[in-house]
Design a protein around this ligand. Structure first.
Ligand code: PEP
Ligand code: MN
Length: 454
């Protein structure tokens, strides 16, 4: 589905052309039944406080600059689709814990700072390959748009859901901030992040040993009188796909800091454009080209080196390391051939980008029963291929982008627990794509840490 929105919706003067996207083809936008209601919701949202502030966004750009220069690693993870019903304290704490566990494995294993970015507090909209699902109902497009369960009425896009997305993002961020600064993230809690479930697994055991070493080191530092904020909390940033442009636009604010006016999309710190909406002449790339946030673009196997180079010139005109993250999602069988010419071409432009590997979206498969899953072997193989390619070119394998949950779900197969297709029915809870469970996430983190030191 592709619609061009009504350009007359922009009534304010718009020197930064934040509404230019309205006259461009916008892929994957819902067929909102009543444009007047949508307009009303967007106006209400534009008057609400932003979810993050510009100084935090700039801080993330600086951290990603370190990643682009090869001095840090980016870990980004969370649900494929966050839902309102799975935004409870337990859900959020579970995801924060596994992100902290993974980042500790990476920091300790690779002796490299890890930038922590949740796919959280805004990941409520999904692009879909078909307008109708297998039952002939309008496809579920994320909680910001329609309802996962139910009939045609439930699946009809409802603009009021955009306000619920905003308030769920606000309460999620509130908890994220509290956890990041308020104790849960202190390094003394390194054992507590390991859930009872994970502790009894082979990988969880491996984590316990590492946690014991960290514990000893922290106690030693405390005894020496070291009281550093870095031991007491973490910087945790929030990201989502910039899909529903009305939401992103309504939360965009223009800041004037003396160096001229800059627009920030304050719906989150980092937003990315997905594989299905990255048309060079489309609305999504136009919109993100005009905001000052660090941004990402997914690159699938059809990406040409020329497209990638044009993208970099277009989205990073000022050459700011950390401004642009290129997220490759090639599949394990294609990454080794498809990625090198893209990296070489981008290198030749002189721009310094973050290279991030999404080993999930190229490796989705269906079981004989038609259940969507991913095999951990293929996920690890794509990550290995990504590291091999960067080792061959002398570039920095900057980051990992994964879909995960803090629960003991059975959605992806493989791993040390050796989940098979027969296990999928036990706890298959995702609203969209299959996610790594805690043990699989940890296993992947250990693998990446090994590659980072090699
Ligand atoms: C996603 O990240 O959930 C997604 C839809 O990815 P992609 O755009 O790479 O297909
Ligand atoms: Mn997904």
């Amino acid at each position: 589905m592709s619609i061009t929105a009504d350009p007359s919706m922009s009534i304010q003067p718009d020197p930064l052309k934040l509404d230019a996207w309205r006259s461009l083809p916008a892929a994957q936008q819902p067929n909102w039944p009543d444009p007047a209601v949508l307009r009303e919701v967007a106006q209400t949202l534009a008057g609400m406080p932003p979810l993050v502030v510009a100084s935090e966004v700039d801080a993330l750009t600086a951290r990603l600059g370190q990643v682009a220069r090869g001095e840090a690693f980016l870990l980004q993870g969370g649900d494929c689709a966050e839902t309102f019903a799975t935004s409870s304290q337990a859900d959020i704490a579970g995801k924060v814990r596994i992100l902290l566990q993974m980042s500790v494995v990476l920091t300790y294993g690779a002796s490299m700072p890890v930038v922590k970015l949740g796919r959280m507090a805004g990941q409520y909209a999904k692009p879909r390959s078909t307008d109708l699902d297998a039952f002939g109902l309008p496809s579920y497009r994320g909680d910001m748009v329609n309802e996962l369960h139910g009939d045609v009425a439930a699946r009809t896009p409802d603009p009021h859901r955009i306000m619920r997305a905003y308030s769920t993002a606000a309460s999620t961020l509130n908890l994220l901030r509290a956890y990041a600064g308020g104790g849960l993230a202190a390094l003394e809690k390194v054992h507590a992040w390991n859930t009872a479930f994970a502790r009894n697994t082979e990988t969880g055991n491996r984590y316990e040993q590492l946690a014991a070493e960290i514990d000893r080191a922290v106690r030693f530092m405390r005894a020496c009188g070291v009281h550093d904020a870095a031991l007491d909390g973490v910087e945790l940033f929030a990201s989502h796909e910039a899909l529903i442009l009305e939401y992103e636009r309504a939360l965009t604010r223009v800041e004037n800091d003396g160096n001229g006016a800059r627009a920030y999309d304050l719906s989150g710190h980092f937003v990315w454009v997905g594989e299905r909406t990255r048309q060079m002449d489309g609305a999504h790339l136009d919109f993100v080209s005009r905001i000052a946030n660090p941004i990402g673009v997914k690159l699938g196997p059809t990406t040409t080196p020329e497209f990638a180079a044009e993208l970099v010139e277009r989205l990073d005109p000022d050459g700011v390391p950390g401004r642009l993250t290129l997220i490759s999602r090639m599949s394990n069988s294609k990454v080794r051939d498809a990625l090198p010419p893209i990296i070489e071409k981008v290198q030749s432009t002189g721009h310094l980008v973050v290279w991030q590997c999404d080993p999930m979206h190229g490796n989705t498969e269906e079981t004989a029963d038609g259940v969507k899953t991913r095999h951990l072997d293929r996920i690890i193989d794509e990550v290995d291929g990504f590291f091999d390619v960067h080792a061959g070119l002398g570039t920095h394998p900057g980051g990992l982008h994964v879909e995960l949950t803090g629960d003991d779900v059975t959605e992806c197969i493989g791993g040390t627990a050796d989940l098979t297709a027969a296990d999928l029915g036990r706890r298959y809870e995702t609203a969209c794509d299959p996610r790594l469970n805690i043990e699989q996430s940890l296993e992947l983190a250990f693998r990446v840490a090994e590659r980072l030191v090699a």
